[in-house]
Design a protein around this ligand. Structure first.
Ligand code: SF4
Ligand code: SF4
Length: 98
């Protein structure tokens, strides 16, 4: 039996392999880059919770570490949500490549 036209189209938007998103290094999309200022960080982990790309690293002790720039797209949500220490932000956004 011959296939219908739509059955001959190549598959798209189908994830055929679990965990394949790790292969897409989305950091190359970034125009703005978050910078972590450790001395202003109170370890509240808001940045970790809000980041849509899991780009805030956390170590084995549960402490925040620097960003994973291979995946960070530079959306700035972490900087917006960061309360910082006494109102002084622990994340600032800078132009990429400066
Ligand atoms: S800029 Fe966006 S993608 Fe990058 S670490 Fe912050 S919240 Fe995540
Ligand atoms: S949101 Fe700001 S203060 Fe909280 S852990 Fe992240 S960088 Fe530190």
């Amino acid at each position: 039996m011959s296939k219908k036209f739509w059955e001959k189209l190549p598959q798209g938007s189908v994830v055929l392999e679990a965990g394949s998103s790790a292969k897409f290094k989305t950091g190359g999309w970034r125009a703005m880059r978050p910078k972590w200022i450790e001395e202003n960080c109170i370890q509240c982990m808001f940045c970790w919770m809000y980041c849509p790309d899991m780009s805030v690293r956390v170590n084995a002790e549960g402490k925040r570490e620097d960003f994973n720039y291979e995946y960070c797209k530079g959306c700035g949500i972490c900087a917006l949500e960061c309360p910082g220490k006494k109102g002084v932000k622990a994340i600032v956004m800078e132009e990429e490549g400066k």
